[in-house]
Design a protein around this ligand. Structure first.
Ligand code: ADP
Ligand code: MG
Ligand code: MG
Length: 871
């Protein structure tokens, strides 16, 4: 295979092979934008290296050829003593993982070429030595695994309170000597002076950084597959750190927080690479570059326009100015807040850039879900203690903590915490995940904290500069001198940037209010959501239903756009003060007693169903007959034994009989026991009573469309008994209803062809089906071993969260195929938790289900994802 692509050879569609960075560097090169020349080593080479522990055969030769060509084109050799070519070795995977992996700049410098570099820059010794010390620092940390603090501390010591701009050539020269000492001390060897060796080592280190713990953690969080590998881009260096006429910056073509088109970015004069996002000095707003260097600024604006037009979306960029010349170092379609995603998609439609179909693909169900989070009540103004930038939306309340360690520790104890830092770095990732929200005192909307929090959908306020944050004191001080210490509750508003002392009450999201029918239609976000959702409803093939057990929930589900009830559980109809009636049912010794108990339950059930039918106004309502084992409705065995024992001779007759019944009903493994259809067959009359209640309710509400669903069927014979009885009751009542079954036992999926003879519809109960397919007890696994399984990579995400396509999904496919073979008009749906999960919804679409059913709150998400699945 070809392992190395020159920037002129690639393009943006090769991201799997060249990584996002490499593919887009190539794209920009081909657009004629000023990109420093270079080449990219493929992810395939990385995968091979990670698998075998050595670079794949032939790769080095290819790299050498490309490097030689680069040297010829640039007219300098790598690290050439009198006139060196320097390069950066940059990581870049197919999915952006900001700051997760490594990049080394200034490769090619050593004690000789540092003089050549100074000469190139017109005798600028300061710049050359600054670049050299950066190389040793980055190389030491990244390639040689030396604790970065050692270098940072040495720099701080040398600065002795001075700004980095006040440092001189001699300072950096001394720093180079100190850094080399550190390297020698830690590795026992001299810093490698050979430029080619530097490059080789850096490439291998970047490959290896794919498996750095924080990268592994990030991928798990973001659900990025673990086996993709990273590409490596080798890019000739340009320098923003060679004077005040140079600098480096980052920018967005639109505001990633709101979507507004304009100029958003940060710029830092006389600086290199990460300096902008690392917050070493306060950056200036990008607009100020216009006053510093108008021609460069104008070219940058033109370039950003070119990129937006080309990518037809918000782009973010990294650029460097070297003595008045603009260089583009990176671009990608930029991350954005959920609100901005909806607004930008609709803005682009209005601008005629994309059509509504594409707009629907530009937003996700997860983003919509985030917009449905509540926000703070407006009237909390008096509690504001600081303001920062609104980096990532949402409302977060929790105890202030000042280190990742504490965040993880307290969150582990169930506490809500807010991670407060001066600035975050990739080592803070675990703390950010554990926290409800993140607050920093430094850095802008492009800082690490902001970028990562937005990616995770975590509330973040950054750059609250009036705060003095001290990790050592575990406290921060506000401008007015207020001290907030670890454990004090604060609230942060990622939508406005406000920081509050104490707990602030929250109010619902405008998007939820819109779904509820009371929203402000003039709000730009609401309008954007409305347009996208309206179009989504037009293009999707699958219907969306809700799981709802009460009239209230059903009404809410309808307001959220549900087209029916896919799962109405009847269990709760046996709880509360109705427990006594269930007890009577269990204790009944004669048919007569049993009938009496059932007769008492029937009107209650009828009233419940009536409310649901009324709320649904003629939409289909799937009612599942009683499913859990009976003893779930009865008193606890141990408690009752104690009660009976204490009562002695004075024991009540009912308690004594109940205790006997409980003992009889006891099961070691109730989820595999007497429940669902088995219960219906063993305890006569229960299902019949439920069907009578359904029929009566349906008659009371004309136009109702009941669908009766029998749970836990494994064999068609089970279903036939229940179906025949139900059919008879319905006929007597003169009510028409579909009768179908859940497919939630593997045997049912495998014998779906037979079951479909007795069932008019299937609804996949994927919670039980997952449990039974894997042989996992859903109630126990999370605590017992799922964490370990996730860590080992047995699965990337819990199969109870996202449908396991290979296993459970395979059974679903079999059941769909065999069921439809028997009965072509078989109606197919899903009612497990997975019905609201985006990936699972796409699967349901692909295998041809007619609808998904999920909790009312997830209904909008399912509507959107069902549409996205068709596009
Ligand atoms: P990341 O993915 O963490 O952004 P990058 O590979 O983009 O890592 O590089 C880190 C920083 O170094 C960025 O600010 C980038 O713009 C800068 N940089 C990378 N390569 C060069 C180069 N050849 N010349 C100048 N700056 C560079
Ligand atoms: Mg970058
Ligand atoms: Mg079930």
């Amino acid at each position: 295979p070809k392992y190395v692509y020159d920037f002129t050879e690639g393009n943006k569609d090769l991201r799997d092979l060249l990584g996002g960075k490499g593919a887009n560097l190539a794209e920009m090169t081909n657009l004629g934008l000023p990109v420093p020349p270079g080449f990219t080593i493929t992810t395939e080479a990385c995968r091979s290296f990670l698998a075998d522990g050595i670079l794949p055969e032939g790769m080095q030769e290819e790299v050498s050829e490309h490097l030689a060509a680069l040297e010829t084109a640039m007219g300098r050799r790598l690290g050439q003593a009198d006139d060196p070519l320097l390069v950066s070795v940059r990581s870049g995977a197919a999915f952006s993982m900001p700051g997760m992996m490594e990049t080394v700049l200034n490769i090619g410098l050593n004690d000789d070429s540092v003089h050549g570099l100074a000469k190139q820059a017109g005798g600028n010794e300061r710049f050359a030595w600054d670049s050299y010390r950066r190389l040793i620092q980055m190389f030491g940390k990244t390639v040689q695994d030396i604790d970065g603090e050692l270098f940072d501390n040495a720099l701080e010591e040398l600065k002795d309170g001075r700004d980095d701009l006040e440092l001189e050539a001699s300072d950096f020269r001394r720093l180079v000597a100190t850094y080399k000492e550190i390297v020698r001390g830690k590795t026992g060897e001299d810093f490698p002076a050979d430029p080619y060796q530097q490059m080789r080592m850096a490439v291998e280190a970047v490959f290896a950084s794919w498996n750095a713990p924080r990268a592994v953690l990030y991928r798990r969080q973001e659900r990025i597959p673990a086996d993709l590998g990273t590409a490596v881009s080798v890019c000739s260096m340009v320098f923003g750190n060679c004077g005040m006429d140079s600098g480096t910056g980052v920018a967005f073509t639109r505001d990633p927080g709101t979507g507004q088109q304009g100029v958003y970015g940060d710029y830092l004069q006389n600086a290199q690479g990460e300096d902008v996002v690392a917050g070493i000095r306060n950056t200036m707003r990008l607009q100020e570059l216009e006053g510093i260097d108008k021609p460069v600024y104008d070219e940058l604006m033109r370039t950003m326009k070119t990129l937006e037009d080309h990518y037809r979306d918000l782009c973010d960029i990294e650029f460097t100015v070297e003595r008045g010349k603009l260089w583009m170092l990176q671009t990608r379609v930029g991350k954005r807040t959920p609100g901005a995603a909806f607004r930008i998609a609709v803005q682009l439609v209005d601008q005629g850039v994309i059509d509504l179909d594409e707009a629907v693909t530009r937003v996700t169900g997860d983003q919509l879900a985030q917009l449905m989070f509540p926000r703070f009540a407006e009237d909390a103004g008096s509690k504001v203690i600081a303001r920062g930038m609104n980096a990532s939306p949402g409302a977060a309340v929790g105890k202030a903590v000042f280190s990742t360690g504490r965040a993880v520790e307290l969150a582990g104890q169930g506490e809500a915490v807010i991670l407060v830092r001066r600035e975050t770095n990739p080592d803070d990732l675990a703390g950010m995940i554990a926290a409800q929200g993140v607050l920093t005192s430094r850095g802008g909307k492009t800082s690490h904290a902001a970028v990562v929090a937005r990616g995770m959908g975590k509330t973040c306020v950054c750059g609250a500069e009036e705060l003095e944050v001290s990790a050592a004191d575990r406290a921060f001080t506000t401008a007015s001198g207020l001290v907030v210490s670890e454990g004090d509750v604060i609230s942060i508003d990622g939508t406005s940037g406000a920081v509050y002392l104490g707990e602030v009450p929250v109010v619902p999201s405008p998007v939820v209010e819109y779904f509820e029918g009371s929203g402000d239609r003039d709000d730009e976000l609401v309008r954007a959501v409305h347009r996208i959702m309206s179009h989504a409803d037009e293009v999707r093939r699958m219907a969306v239903r809700a799981n709802a057990d009460t009239g209230e929930d059903s009404a809410r589900a309808r307001r959220f756009g549900a087209q029916g009830i896919g799962l109405c559980r009847t269990e709760h109809m046996f709880l509360g003060d109705r427990r006594g009636l269930v007890e009577d049912l269990v204790l009944a010794t004669s048919a007569e007693e049993r009938e009496r108990a059932l007769a008492a339950l029937e009107p209650l059930q009828r009233a419940d169903f009536t409310k649901i039918f009324q709320a649904m106004e003629g939409m289909p309502v799937t009612i599942r007959l009683i499913d859990p084992p009976l003893h779930e409705f009865l008193p606890d065995y141990t408690e009752l034994s104690v009660k009976v024992a204490l009562a002695g001779d004075a024991v009540e007759e009912k308690d004594r009989r109940l205790l006997v019944a409980l003992k009889r009903l006891h099961e070691e493994n109730p989820m595999l026991g007497l429940r669902g259809v088995r219960l219906g067959l063993v305890i006569p009359g229960v299902f019949a009573m439920q069907v009578r209640a359904i029929a009566a309710a349906a008659k009371a509400v004309p136009g109702s469309r009941p669908e009766i669903m029998i749970p836990l069927v494994a064999a068609v014979q089970e279903l036939e008994y229940v179906k025949d009885e139900a059919r008879q009751i319905l006929e007597e009542a003169g009510v028409d209803a579909l009768i179908g079954t859940m497919i939630e036992v593997p045997r049912a999926a495998l014998t779906a062809g037979q079951i479909a003879e007795a069932a008019q519809f299937f609804s996949f109960g994927t919670n039980d089906l997952t449990q039974m397919t894997w042989g996992f007890s859903r109630d126990d696994v999370e605590a017992a071993f799922f964490a370990k399984y996730l860590e080992l990579g047995v699965f990337g995400v819990s199969p109870f969260e996202t449908l396991d396509r290979d296993g459970v999904g395979g059974l679903v496919e079999i059941a769909v195929e065999r069921g439809r073979a028997t009965r072509p008009d078989l109606k197919l749906g899903i009612c497990g938790e997975h019905g609201g999960d985006p990936d699972s919804i796409h699967f349901c679409h692909q295998v041809g289900l007619d609808y998904v059913s999920c909790s009312p709150f997830r209904v909008p998400v399912a509507r959107l994802e069902a549409a996205r699945a068709t596009l």
